[in-house]
Design a protein around this ligand. Structure first.
Ligand SMILES: [Zn+2]
Length: 218
């Protein structure tokens, strides 16, 4: 069995479901076919515990999750605990977590924070985790890039910029919200974006225009 690879994700809170689907999959790809993948129902999985904190994560929260981690995985290679903590983690809870990570052989711990609180995470905790960081710049498409995408979507010109699929999704949602263009076509495109994101690596960068062409049905 592979050792679990604990991770801290910075600015990926909205991606935690996709990450979980990949981590739970025996083939690490959300193949939809392995015996772990087939157990997803309504975005829930018997081997996944997703903890959304609405305040700072404290020691009692970590204790609750440790208890959850004591049950053996049923279908996946290891259990997965995702802690979504936009408000941070107390220092005491981080120290508790440190000990857990050292001893955790059958559970993978994934922690999600926003860039705004990354300074509050102890260096010792970072050292135990694989850090996956997405900068604010990558997160937010600039206004001019957005316009470029919008004119591409509405007029199918100029040549498709070879950008991240998230920017296309961002532009599509803008157009849908503003009621620009043919809404049902835009929603169909958005649907294809979501499908492509689900079935490819969540880090999918468009290497060629093939994925965009697929989405736009060019
Ligand atoms: Zn699978």
């Amino acid at each position: 069995m592979n050792m679990p690879n604990h991770q801290i994700y910075i600015n990926f809170i909205t991606n935690h479901l996709e990450h979980a689907q990949h981590a739970i999959c025996i083939n690490q790809s959300f193949c939809g076919e392995c015996h772990a993948c087939t157990k997803w129902v309504d975005q829930m999985h018997p081997d996944w515990c997703c903890f959304h904190a609405d305040k700072m994560v404290g020691v009692e929260d970590i204790n609750y999750l440790i208890h959850k981690s004591h049950f053996y995985p049923k279908f996946a290679n290891h259990k997965l605990i995702s802690i979504i903590c936009p408000h941070g983690i107390t220092e005491a809870a981080q120290n508790k977590l440190l000990k857990v990570l050292e001893e955790s052989l059958q559970t993978q711990w994934d922690i999600y924070i926003d860039e705004s609180i990354q300074q509050l995470i102890l260096p010792t905790l970072y050292s135990r985790l694989k850090v996956v960081h997405q900068s604010e710049k990558e997160l937010n498409t600039s206004e001019s890039e957005l316009q470029q995408w919008q004119s591409f979507i509405l007029q199918k010109q100029p040549t498709p910029p070879n950008e991240d699929i998230n920017q296309l999704a961002h532009a599509l949602s803008h157009l849908i919200v503003k009621g620009l263009g043919d809404t049902s076509k835009l929603i169909a495109m958005m649907d294809r974006v979501i499908k492509i994101k689900r079935h490819h690596s969540f880090n999918l960068k468009l290497r060629a225009t093939s994925a965009i062409q697929l989405i736009m049905e060019l």
